[in-house]
Design a protein around this ligand. Structure first.
Ligand SMILES: [Zn+2]
Length: 283
């Protein structure tokens, strides 16, 4: 470790510890370190295979039954990407961030990833701006459930029905689910929680990020170019209010010139020493 990196680690720790309310904005870089392929950029899934249709959400809403049949088929067979997501484990960066929350240093994580890895690492206060692959969500009332929990509810609904047409009621891991299943609370359309192309980011997700950014006086940027809106707004809110930026990323972001500490490299290598430095500072 060069003395420059060592001094940036110390500085990052000092800035985070002296913050009153630090939040983090996290992007695909942290997931890549868990073996999940990114969508965009070099080695990206879409770079190789082309982007999915831009109106995925509109297609789903026009015909939610066939959308559900596709979704259930994908879940039971699993393409290469779904398999890499399912096999991914939280890495040292996720664990360091969970520990920082436990220490009261990090108050909230805004994640652009859908992989659930922050929760699995133990983080509690997280907004997943693009949704979570392990959940489903009602587009009407915004209620969310874990997939398994929702399928059990949907199967219970189905057990009261007399329709046994297999096209309407595909079998899913041994349970019969009518497609499209409806929201047990409002009878609205339920979809994967993951925000599709063409789908507006749910208002409650944006409101949560906005609220956290307004509370914050420090934003830790991890594994993201921080150049795509709406995610890019949140560090900007912090910065404009006089807050600090700590950046951990493999390349420059629009916030690099304003950052109090800049750590260039993989978050899984750089966040654990930041955590260690924070634990030293606090004892
Ligand atoms: Zn609902």
């Amino acid at each position: 470790m060069t003395s420059d990196i060592a001094s940036q680690i110390e500085e990052a720790a000092r800035v985070l510890v002296s913050a009153r309310y630090a939040i983090a904005l996290v992007g695909a870089g942290i997931s890549v370190e868990s073996g999940i392929r990114p969508f965009r950029g070099k080695g990206g899934l879409w770079t190789e295979k082309g982007e999915p249709p831009m109106d995925g959400y509109q297609r789903f809403m026009r015909d939610p039954a066939s959308g559900w049949r596709d979704m259930l088929a994908r879940r039971s067979s699993g393409d290469e990407f779904s398999k890499s997501l399912a096999a991914a484990e939280p890495n040292a960066a996720h664990r360091a961030m969970a520990r920082l929350e436990e220490l009261g240093v990090l108050r909230h994580v805004i994640s652009q990833n859908i992989d659930d890895l922050h929760f699995r690492a133990g983080s509690v206060s997280v907004t997943e701006i693009h949704g979570n692959r392990t959940k489903v969500r009602c587009v009407e009332c915004g209620a969310r459930w874990g997939w398994d929990q929702f399928l059990a509810l949907a199967a219970a609904q189905e057990s009261h029905s007399t329709d046994r047409d297999p096209t309407n009621v595909p079998e899913m891991g041994g349970v019969m689910v009518r497609v499209p299943p409806e929201c047990p609370q409002c009878a609205g359309i339920v979809k994967s929680d993951v925000v599709m192309f063409g789908e507006p980011i749910p208002q409650e997700f944006l409101a949560s990020c906005q609220r956290e950014a307004e509370l914050a006086d420090c934003c830790l940027i991890v594994g993201t170019s921080a150049a795509v809106v709406p995610a890019a707004y949140f560090p900007e809110i912090v910065l404009r209010a006089g807050g600090t930026i700590v950046e951990v990323n493999t390349e420059d972001t629009p916030f690099t010139p304003y950052a109090s500490a800049v750590l260039r490299g993989p978050a899984g290598e750089l966040l654990p020493p930041v955590l260690e430095a924070i634990e030293r500072l606090r004892t």
